[in-house]
Design a protein. Sequence first.
Length: 307
Amino acid sequence: MTGTPWAHGRLLGGFGGPRLLFGRMYEDWGVELAAFPPPGARVLCIASAGDTTAALAAAGYDVTAVDVNPVQLRYARERLAGGATREGSAESVMRLGRATAARLLPAWRWTELRDFLTLDDPVEQARRWREELDSPGLRRLMRVALRPGGALAVALRPSFAGVVPARFDEVLRRRLERTVSTHPNAHNPWLWRLLAGAEPPGTPAPWAPGVRLVEGDVVRVLKAAPCAGYDAVTLSNVLDGPGPDFARRLRAAVRHAVRPGGVVVLRSAREPGPHGPGWAAHDRSVLWGVVRVVRMGGTDPDRRIEP
């Protein structure tokens, strides 16, 4: 998105051109499948690593995927045509964190962690999380890494660092406990990606070689679309980082491009406000504090769709 931090194609500080940010995606497309109009609808999503694009295409939607980062878009195109999964900047950071935990904490070594990830009973998962994985040692490591002034905040570009909640170590531990207490680990690829950098056994590779991929700022792509040209859009966390001017332009573009009665999905890593987390409590991914699903109202007020 031109004029936003995402346009730089870099999550971390430093100089140079755009880089691959995400080798996998961390949004649970089950939210979209539950909230979107029936298959066959015209939908737009953020391309990122292609996972949501592939899931929507496989479900029968007419998908357009957009990304402002040319490196990311090229990777999505290759991956959707059968190319290999590679590590992006996000995965590099997570890999370093996992390696540190595994070196210092026995419960986070691969053999023990794999045993936890193959569980399919949320009651047992919650017990194991509280008694084995969420240890004092993990809490110390997460404080060092995730608090303001910690390793992650120092590494992130300043425009992204402000998105991370102030006590993100505690926030992330709560979200982890919520997720493992609700959803079977064995069938949760988003948890596997975060904790192990891997997929559950038998997970199919993303595949959607014929989908439309568009390079560009999502606001400009939506504004250039025919009026009411989409039945639904899912915009990931595009508002994490940009300021209020971008948010206003995005709202106007969405109102132009999405038909009355159409659906918009937005995620954020921020902590929920007075309206609560929305669909985040039902999202199998760990990362999101808020997931909003909104039905466009046309001349009437837009309306949140509750889970």
